[in-house]
Design a protein around this ligand. Sequence first.
Ligand SMILES: [Zn+2]
Length: 322
Amino acid sequence: MHGSLFSLLVVGCCCCGVVIASTSPNLLGAIVGGTSLRSERFASRLSVYTSPLCLTPSYSSLFPLSPPLPLSFPPQREYSVTQKYTVNGAEVQAGIYRSETFNQSGQAVYGGPNDPRMGDTADLGCPGWFGHIELSRPVYHLGFIDEVKKALGCVCYSCGKLKNLLTKPDGQPDHEMNEIMGIKSRKKRLNRMHSYLTPKKICQHCQSSQPKYYRKDLHIEIEFPVDMEMAGPDRKQFFPASEAITVFSRMSDEDVRYLGLDPVYSRPEWLVVSVLPVPPLHVRPSIFAGGSQSHDDLTHQLVNVIKANLSLKDASDKGESR
Ligand SMILES: [Zn+2]
């Protein structure tokens, strides 16, 4: 049980499980510490901070057993990592966008992974606050990539509608589609819809040919049919998460519901990560030993993510290909 809770927490976000692949002895200590103050504070944080910054829906919102609760947001703070902020006359942008943790005088850098706007670990009354990294390119979420592939197989690549109508072109009702619409379990409906619609090669709305999708490791590949225009020289090519967002964003709310998803809480494009939550400093405290300070493993991973993100942004600004 601890293992599953731990693996959920180390990925960085208590509501979505965004992957920051790392293990954290500090965090594990906080979880298995029983009734320690740190554990209680951590538990309260888990229940309170389903951050609005997290743009990926949870499994419970994907396939809710009961009607979901209305959206709620924590009260506004005087300043936040989600907003621009002015420090000593210098403007600090929203979000985490610098890889430096401390400056030469030992102070935490604004915009870095230890940004003071995320809270003060020395203040026992401070619960800690999530930050965020705006990714230069969206990425597939490990926990939802199979759902994304299933949904892509059901939706027309060209017009963004479900490939089949409830009635056939000859005017007769499509009994299988009508039966699928009657399935109350959203998860089962998505699976049935995927089994029925993915093999369809033509969209009934716009009559365009449909590509095939394959999952390969942590990304998705697309294979275009021979009569379809394509971007690159190969019929089978990498399908970027940004293009999945483009396809899903054409979907109507009604089709999203038919697919078994909820247009208010979990539109399919939200299954792709474009903003990465940064856990508060309290989740990844630094260790002081022998007069030196050592960062938590999660902080090291965040620094790697920020560096990679900056490199990608730089390459993309210079016009390098995807
Ligand atoms: Zn179509």
